[in-house]
Design a protein around this ligand. Structure first.
Ligand SMILES: *[C@@H]1O[C@H](CO)[C@@H](O)[C@H](O)[C@H]1NC(C)=O
Ligand SMILES: *[C@@H]1O[C@H](CO)[C@@H](O)[C@H](O)[C@H]1NC(C)=O
Ligand SMILES: *[C@@H]1O[C@H](CO)[C@@H](O)[C@H](O)[C@H]1NC(C)=O
Ligand SMILES: *[C@@H]1O[C@H](CO)[C@@H](O)[C@H](O)[C@H]1NC(C)=O
Length: 253
């Protein structure tokens, strides 16, 4: 644990930021703490602790007077595994950063942190809902959070974000931030892993759209719905039909 301490990571410059391959990327680590449980560097975090929005900050004060946070699940199952889709879990604008540091104590150690705060009067474009990976492939989901510097963003730029947040599934940060003129404004990021214990259930053989288990998210979060793609689901129901016929044939014996 010592070698994974935040201070050690910071000192070694190894505090990872956005996950490999994610664009737009940042090399500045966002500190993410769910009630003291660090959600950094791809670490595995229990679903239960992630159901309320985390505390976020950075080790050094960022330039900028206004920020947005986005959290995206990069591993939403589809009916055509191992293909995956994405899902926006959180988009909140109007964040400001404290001008003084506090000591943030987490499961990965303590560090000084300049925390972000959300103004009370600013409604989220995408209210936070917590990870809840279903018992489908892939069981492990990578959740990435990014901070976007919106200090110079116009009303128009922000309205692009607002509109984009209305469709949570298939959220493409690169495309959205590019259309908002903010693709080069990602100033910090991080990622963590939440894993469904499994076993994988056959989504087509269950009543449940969650593919197993109850969601702890009220309002049936869209993370639980399989991605519906006409071609794919048709193939899916054709094979389900075939499986049912095979089952009936067996029963008939
Ligand atoms: C973090 O821990 C330090 C000592 O280890 C303590 O002084 C400080 O109050 C703690 N911070 C919080 C926010 O609990
Ligand atoms: C996430 O954690 C699980 C469980 O420890 C592990 O099997 C999986 O490989 C991890 N996924 C990633 C992308 O790191
Ligand atoms: C499907 O739902 C029906 C009614 O809600 C229930 O009676 C049945 O047991 C469910 N089947 C499975 C496999 O969960
Ligand atoms: C799902 O939730 C319903 C209602 O909250 C509850 O009655 C049921 O037992 C739950 N099922 C599972 C598998 O947790």
């Amino acid at each position: 644990m010592q070698s994974r301490s935040l201070l050690a990571l910071a000192a070694s410059g190894a505090l990872a930021a956005t996950p490999p391959g994610f664009e737009p990327s940042s090399e500045t680590g966002l500190l993410v703490s769910y009630g003291g449980v660090a959600a950094l560097d791809g670490t595995v975090v229990a679903k239960e602790v992630t159901q309320e929005a985390p505390t976020i900050g950075t080790q050094s004060k960022l330039d900028g007077t206004s920020f947005a946070v986005l959290m995206i699940d990069l591993d939403i199952p589809t009916n055509n595994p191992p293909e995956t889709n994405t899902l926006l879990h959180w988009m909140q604008t109007g964040l400001t950063q404290s001008s003084s540091a506090i000591t943030l104590n987490t499961t990965l150690g303590s560090t000084s942190a300049f925390l972000f705060s959300v103004p009370q009067d600013q409604e989220a474009f995408g209210p936070y809902f917590g990870p809840s990976p279903p018992a489908r492939i892939p069981l492990s989901h990578t959740y990435t959070e990014i901070i976007v510097d919106t200090s110079d963003a116009s009303e128009e730029d922000l309205s692009v974000l607002k509109t984009a947040a209305e469709s949570r599934q298939g959220f493409n940060a690169q495309t959205v931030l590019t259309s908002a003129g903010l693709a080069d404004k990602v100033v910090a990021g991080n990622f963590f892993n939440v894993t469904n214990p499994g076993p994988v259930q056959d989504a087509t053989a269950s009543n449940s759209t969650t593919g197993g288990g109850n969601s702890t998210n009220p309002g049936s979060s869209p993370s639980q719905s399989p991605i519906t793609n006409a071609a794919v689901s048709q193939r899916g129901s054709a094979s389900l039909f075939a499986a049912m016929m095979a089952g009936i044939a067996l029963l008939a014996l």
